[in-house]
Design a protein around this ligand. Sequence first.
Ligand code: SF4
Length: 452
Amino acid sequence: MAPYYDKVERLIGVYGTSEGLENTPNSPPGCLLPPPAPLVSDYLVQQRARRLGIPIVPGHRAVLTQQLDFKRSPALLHPGNLKAQKIIAAHMQQRAACIWATDCGRGCSIRANYQSTTVHLPPALATGNLDIACNAMVSQVLLGRNGLAKGVKYFDKTTGAEHQASARVIVLAASACETARILLNSKSASFPNGLANSSGKVGRYVMDTVGSSVSGQIPLLESLPPQNEDGASGHAFYAPWWGYQDQQKGKLGFARGYHIEFGGGRRMPGAGTLHGIERFTGGSYGKKLKEDARRYYGSFVGFDGRGEMIPNEHSYCEIDPHVKDKWGIPVLRFHWKWSEHETRQAAHMQKTFADIVEAMGGRVTGKVQSDGAEAIAPGGFIIHEVGGAIMGKDRQSSVTNGWCQTWDVKNLFLTDGAVFASNADKNPTLTIMALAWRAADHIADRMRRKEL
Ligand code: SF4
């Protein structure tokens, strides 16, 4: 997998640093872009958390801090493929470095941040090998008489008309649960319980990220001189998991770990920016309210834990026998249960974040939960849903092999988070991308050899 992580980082543009930490493998030289300047609140968290033994290092985010290396990278990404190198080089030059001033969540018109619509689709279209069917709602994968997948059935969402598309190889990447839904809805005489489901594992082992949050008000950050702190819209620094030694000594009571994302500063204010300020001002009014707003704005820091969920038998999805969507396609229903590994982790997050707030000389703005079951965000809330068609070593216990290829149907591949066999604390996109690229290389190789 390692070369594919590097390739994805090189293609999409990821800022960050290589810190040589156990939890966070280094990237090769020249792979990561320089990180942006942190905010003053980031520096304060770093100084005080380090006193508690928690490492705070530059975060990794897919935003360009400088132009991509369009001279060297294309040959490293597509060795021997001059057409692909030329397209990627041209595309890299069309992406500009971030100006740190707008709302990335709405899309980036200068293509500084990573999103498939501006980073993947334009070069893919430039190959001349891509047709996009917009507003196509896939309902099932169609199975041929030879036991191979022959295409997909889909509805045109604008007209409601039903269509089919055929292909030599089918790749599902519909987002983990939707991929499971399509498979479960693809029933046939050979697969009465859903396509590629001879193991009965399609829909099983659905996971999300463990999440829990604490915020604090920090007097040291009050009344700072006003300046533009829009900066990177996500975290500039973060804390990778640091607790391996305590875990080995049996001090923690849960397996695996989490990372901490945090944010503060005086970003562009919006509605609700000073919501709750009356807890500190006592409910001021008029001129005093304006003074208080200037004093407190930027003095709040929020901490979010993002931790590993271990798959379990009780967290799964299945076809709802009673409910269909507007296209008549049966929908999923979900079953969920956190194990103690996750709830104890959430309780650990709460205590850690409260300790950091205290080390910063601040006070927690809400309640610090000691009960992990209360502290943990509901399953699905962090929208890192993965699993549902996990990869594994044999066809009895998993849906795909290590190439994301279903055991049962050799020309059917799953390249989204459905194949995850666990959900490490790392946010899943980079791993999805690395797995997908690796699977794509495998497919191309097998097609060249006429094995697919
Ligand atoms: S702040 Fe976000 S939207 Fe604005 S240029 Fe940077 S990445 Fe693009």
